[in-house]
Design a protein around this ligand. Sequence first.
Ligand code: PLP
Length: 503
Amino acid sequence: MNPIRSALRPSIASYQASIHPPTLASTSVLGRRPLTTPTNPSRAKVQEGDPHVREDPGEALEGELIAERMPSGEEMFGFKMNEVVAKTGTDMKVPGRPIYLDMQATTPMDPRVLDKMLPFWTEQYGNPHSRTHAYGWEAENAVDEARQHLADLVGANPKDMVFTSGATESNNMIIKGIAKFHQSKRKHIITTQTEHKCVLDSCRYLSTIGFDITYLPVQPNGLISLEQLRNALRPDTSLVSIMTVNNEIGVIQPMKEISETLKTWAQETKNQKPYFHTDAAQAIGKIPIDVEEMGIDAMSISGHKIYGPKGIGAAYVRRRPRVRLEPLIHGGGQERGLRSGTVPAPLVVGLGEAARLAKREMSLDHARIKSLSDRLVQGINSQVEHVIRNGDPNGYPGCVNLSFAYVEGESLLMALKDIALSSGSACTSASLEPSYVLRALGAADDMAHSSLRFGIGRFTTEAEVDLVVQRIVAVVSRLREMSPLWEMVQEGIDINKIEWSQS
Ligand SMILES: Cc1ncc(COP(=O)(O)O)c(C=O)c1O
């Protein structure tokens, strides 16, 4: 274990013991020390003049306040506590580690989520499918409550939520499951060129066993054309799968308009409406989603993109009107028979709590993230020229994808090792491949290579954004100074008009 984390642990526990005397509910019958780390909203301190902090302390972000409750200045392994715990209160921020701006890859777990999960690993460890004793009943109740929170986040009926291991499994389950169930009459599927690999690969697999797949192109801003979608629909189309928020460029596809296009087409052509599935891994908890209003039949959800645990997700599968699909996993018949296997109660509880917090704090998170995102973009644009923003600028603000012209992509990444972010180049064993998403927008290979994705989240601070801006400005300027292309641009030569010799 990280020595700093283990150093923090006893200190957190003893401090919490002083502010939360053990209660019957939090102590086992054997009198063991409670293993939870309960946060305490009543200790919330609203910083004067901070527009992002709620005035009602009961509603304040408990997670932000852990720093307040840490014994300030106490030294452990050479680190001062108040240095170790960043302003946001997440103990994941440790000096010497890169600044984390890769929130589309994964998010840190919210400490409040961990609090909620801990008893289900240690004391309330029953199998939620055990019907004969209290251990099973309490786990089942907790799973039901979590299912309700998740359903509330997207306006769904909790009975329509099926727990899975994450969005990859949900996408596989829904796409392959619907395709196979309906294959005797309908063998055509529509998706887009910019989906996540797990959607594209599920479709690719189906194409090897006789299905016909249409990959819709996107416009230069990353949005699909509704007209192209309509033209692609066929009487044998069983499924249309279009992601809500793109994980590389943050573009938000128009869910409601897509479902209306499908409905209108079905009415006008007297064909059966294809099911509408969306991979909402990067959308739920970030932007408002309502499955009823948006006409979504099936949806994929991931826990670790919304400050919840890794290894848990869900598939929303509508029951009325019923979406019929063939299960991928057979066994004990759990989760409506669609996903057999013991439901992992602690992970589900974490996902439910993450969903509850996301619903409660969505507008606050969004406002903070938008303001940090604007600060980042303005900070860079005001000091660096020839920067292109990839994707529709009205997309999700926590995902900012920028290309830096006249900079070599690999050198850019190497020089920014103190910031954890993703680039538009995927390292394959042999070469740096430009991102297929940026290629689909029509970006030139060199611009895709020199692109960076900045992922801002709930725990990102202004100070981090300012540091990142400083580093980007310094690194891009230094790399350009070394670039012969940049020298030519400075001399006023239009390098697009140069005919390079092939020798
Ligand atoms: C849009 C999208 N879909 C699916 C996934 C896969 O999610 P999980 O890690 O839960 O399998 C991701 C994660 O990278 C994603 O961004």
